[in-house]
Design a binder for this molecule. Structure first.
Ligand code: UDP
Length: 332
């Protein structure tokens, strides 16, 4: 089966391309390189890489038709909460407008299966923790709102048209492929684990803790960190299930464990054997105190089991990558 991975040169997309190839899919990647990395195409030799935009309807339709694509895994999106608050129009344009164009191209080319990169940001401030898929969706930032709009479109499209989809709501993706050649490289980097490790390495002066007065045991936010390879494997499972007749659905992906910012820093100090300079700062707008997933639904329905769920494993694979790529993919 031939699949299209949009955003396959990005962080979660590239790890998923690797897992798809391992189990025998033919893979074409479409990436506009706005956040992805050209070097990924050299590292992952088994896939075809096309540099283009999902908003180019004719290009997408042509790719789908000529390669007889049966499924699209859609990662190409902007995903920074702060950036989305500062420039919501850009998020609606990229994530919603272009997402709908992609679905239109799929409809025209009669591609039946769709796996969507969604986010815990669709829930907003949690009312109950752990958060299951029935939890109220009331996003507190444009990023989460744009993911929810596409999810809602998918629900209606699947009712009306020949489309089946699985939407995967990620909690905090982290870590890197155990081979050490794929990893996380965002410009600028804002995510906690890479920021902490850059401080350990000395390429960043310090880590600022965004808020120490949250109603949590140590005053810092709790997040559910999930290894990127576990996420990638979940996409393969979801695709296989969909093709085998599994109904359209929405699943959380996380580890069902919350770690505080201070716990992350402490574990990173243990893994790296280095002291990490820390500054205590103010809260970052839009950050809920606690985000922890219930992943019961995914485990029961699809038999998914995270294999790299230990925090030390997540951090050590990210450290392994960073030590070999101190400048990220620019090193290659
Ligand atoms: N965080 C922090 N300092 C940083 C980056 C993040 O204290 O330099 C905190 C942030 O407030 C949140 C957690 O770490 O509580 C995870 O943030 P990240 O940006 O990695 O992911 P998000 O939860 O926003 O998707």
């Amino acid at each position: 089966m031939h699949v299209l991975v949009t955003g396959g040169a990005g962080y979660i997309g590239s790890h998923t391309v690797r897992e798809l190839l391992k189990v025998g899919y033919r893979v074409t990647v479409l990436d506009n390189l706005s956040r992805g990395h050209k070097a990924v195409a050299r590292i992952i030799s088994g896939a075809e890489f096309i540099w283009g935009d999902i908003g180019e309807r004719e290009l997408v339709e042509e790719i789908l038709r000529t390669r007889e694509i049966q499924a699209v895994l859609h990662f190409a999106a902007l995903s920074l909460v702060g950036e989305s608050v500062a420039d919501p129009a850009r998020y609606y344009q990229n994530n919603v407008v272009k997402g709908i164009i992609l679905l239109e191209a799929m409809r025209a080319a009669e591609v039946p299966y769709f796996i969507f990169s969604s986010s815990a940001a669709v829930y907003g401030e949690p009312v109950t923790v752990p958060i299951d898929e029935e939890h109220l969706c009331r996003p507190t930032n444009p990023y989460g709102a744009t993911k929810l709009v596409v999810e809602e479109a998918l629900r209606w499209y699947a009712t009306a048209y020949r489309l089946k989809y699985i939407s995967l709501r990620y909690f905090n993706a982290a870590g890197a492929d155990s081979s050490g050649d794929l990893g996380e490289d965002h410009r600028p980097e804002t995510h906690l684990i890479p920021v902490v490790l850059q401080a350990a390495l000395g390429v960043r002066r310090e880590v600022t803790i965004y808020g120490t007065d949250y109603p949590t045991p140590d005053g810092t936010c709790l997040r559910d960190y999930i290894h990127v390879t576990d996420l990638a494997k979940a996409h393969v499972l979801a695709l296989q299930a969909l093709v085998a007749g599994h109904p359209s659905s929405v699943y959380n992906l996380g580890n069902e464990r919350g770690y505080s910012v201070r716990e992350i820093i402490r574990t990173a100090e243990q893994v790296t054997g280095r002291k990490i300079p820390v500054v205590e700062g103010f809260r970052r707008p839009g950050d809920p105190a606690v985000l922890v997933a219930s992943t019961r639904r995914m485990k029961e329905a699809l038999g998914w089991r995270p294999q790299y769920s230990e925090l030390a494993t997540i951090i050590s694979t990210a450290w392994h990558w960073l030590q070999r790529h101190t400048e990220g993919y620019a090193d290659i």
